[in-house]
Design a binder for this molecule. Structure first.
Ligand code: GLY
Ligand code: MN
Length: 464
């Protein structure tokens, strides 16, 4: 974990952004897999991790806005637990490591909250995403679990997003560490992408590398020779010459910071001309989107740059036609790119999404688009130094979407459906990097992972 002062500073910064009352920040409990004692790998709640730093289940943090005191509530382990788990530190000793002197048991938390309720003190909590936490918060506050979202504190949501959006040097170093693990995952995946191999073998190797570096993957690996399915978790295909294989994966560090990278490679190690042409359009969209990334720019404008690059490239190949800017304004490019350019990255792979994407990616200056494709852009607002965002354009040939639009003659002035038919079994390509917004522009984070056609082919030549 970071030094105690970091967590104290974060809690004080949050306190200073809030009006009055208590902030209730429950950490996560163990989550049962198939019976209560058989649990998933423990993952701390990201807000708890940010403000209270401890990687232990069943802790709750309280920040008293009015008197400057912070508390950790949790139970010490008893001898029955210690027999199975080995010696365990006391809550009071753990709390000191994150700058907290005041600790008490979970039963005392109930008394503490009852006291605050009787005094009519406001109690702020963030939206919950796990049933256990929902029940805990509702039990403490006497709320209806089905309506808990109505009671989440907007001032808390906005304050947490304000703080967590701007990453410190220490946080950036953590994200780069997670990308370092991804470098090993992706170069291994590339070197394994040869005909006859099953997708699942490559998934297993990549996931194993993440675990070997200390922590599980930051989200279930997306890996498929059917990359036109955006989040494809089916890994049963046998790799065949002529297919492209999308790998979208990331790792987490011991402090829960994430990476999120995508690379697409030709099965067998050599791009065909058709594959290279589409790949280089996606690569240019990624590079042009990155080049446009700087403080003050709306991320939606970077998205538009990437969309225009894709429309230009596809027009050059004869798949699109007409005026490129008009085509993108109309939304015709979304046949090939039906998602947004990227999202924030940090303690969550879609950073802070649990607080509500509308608050993370949009504000009073800019609201989400309702247009198909751009409506999925998770991050539209102005960039600030310290933001970390993903840049992940793609071109996908989705037969079901092509058939639907073609039957409707949708955007017929911009789409050359006869030419598009030649690509209907192509699959998909996505390329994703993690980008830091700096004071005067941007920096692509982490050890560079092979990305150009030449780099990918050279890496794959060292076959595993
Ligand atoms: N890496 C998966 C996603 O961004 O949705
Ligand atoms: Mn992503």
């Amino acid at each position: 974990m970071f030094n105690p002062e970091i967590y104290t500073e974060r809690r004080n910064a949050l306190r200073n952004l809030m009006p009055s009352g208590l902030i209730l920040l429950p950490g996560n409990s163990e989550a049962a897999y198939n019976y209560p004692a058989n649990t998933y790998t423990f993952r701390q709640d990201s807000n708890f991790s940010y403000f209270f730093g401890l990687e232990n289940p069943d802790f709750t943090g309280i920040i008293d806005i009015d008197n400057g005191i912070d508390y950790i509530f949790g139970n010490d382990f008893e001898i029955d637990d210690i027999i199975w788990m080995g010696p365990q530190p006391k809550v009071v000793d753990l709390a000191v490591k994150v700058g907290i002197k005041n600790t008490a048991s979970l039963s005392e938390l109930t008394v503490f909250i009852n006291n605050a309720i009787q005094k009519r003190r406001p109690i702020h909590f963030a939206p919950t995403y796990r049933a256990e936490t929902t029940l805990q918060v509702c039990g403490l506050l006497g709320l209806n679990p089905l309506r808990i979202r109505d009671y989440a504190s907007l001032p808390l949501i906005e304050a947490v997003i304000k703080l967590r959006s701007v990453k410190s040097e220490l946080e950036i170093a953590e994200i780069e560490k997670a990308i370092g693990t991804a470098w090993h995952m992706f170069t291994t995946g590339m070197r394994m992408a040869y005909p006859g191999r099953k997708e699942q073998e490559i998934v297993g190797a990549m996931e194993g590398i993440s675990i070997a570096h200390g922590r599980p993957v930051s989200f279930p690996i997306i890996l498929s020779t059917n990359g036109q399915i955006l989040h494809n978790h089916h890994h049963e295909n046998i790799l065949q010459e002529g297919r492209m294989m999308v790998m979208d994966a990331g790792s987490e560090t011991s402090l829960n910071y994430c990476s999120d990278i995508t690379r697409t490679v030709p099965v067998g190690g050599k791009f065909s001309q058709k594959q290279r042409e589409i790949y280089e359009i996606v690569l240019n969209a990624n590079l042009n989107g990155i080049a446009a990334t700087k403080p003050g720019t709306f991320y939606r404008d970077c998205h538009t740059v990437a969309c225009e690059t894709i429309a230009t490239g596809l027009k050059d190949l004869g798949l699109m036609k007409g005026d490129v800017k008009e085509a993108v304004v109309a939304g015709a490019h979304a046949l090939f790119l039906p998602h947004g350019l990227g999202h924030m990255l940090g303690l969550d792979v879609h950073d802070m999404e649990g607080l509500g994407q509308i608050h993370v990616g949009y504000d009073s200056e800019i609201q989400p688009s309702s247009q198909f494709g751009t409506a999925y852009l998770r991050m539209g607002r102005r960039l600030q130094p310290g933001f970390v965002i993903t840049n992940e354009p793609g071109i996908y040939f989705i037969p079901e979407l092509i058939d639907m639009w073609k039957a409707e003659k949708k955007y017929a002035e911009f789409l050359n459906y006869d030419k598009i038919e030649e690509y209907r079994n192509f699959g998909g390509i996505r390329i994703e990097d993690d980008i830091l917004v700096t004071a005067d522009g941007h920096r692509v984070l982490g050890k560079p992972i092979p990305k150009t056609v030449a780099e990918v082919e050279a890496t794959m030549a060292d076959r595993l």
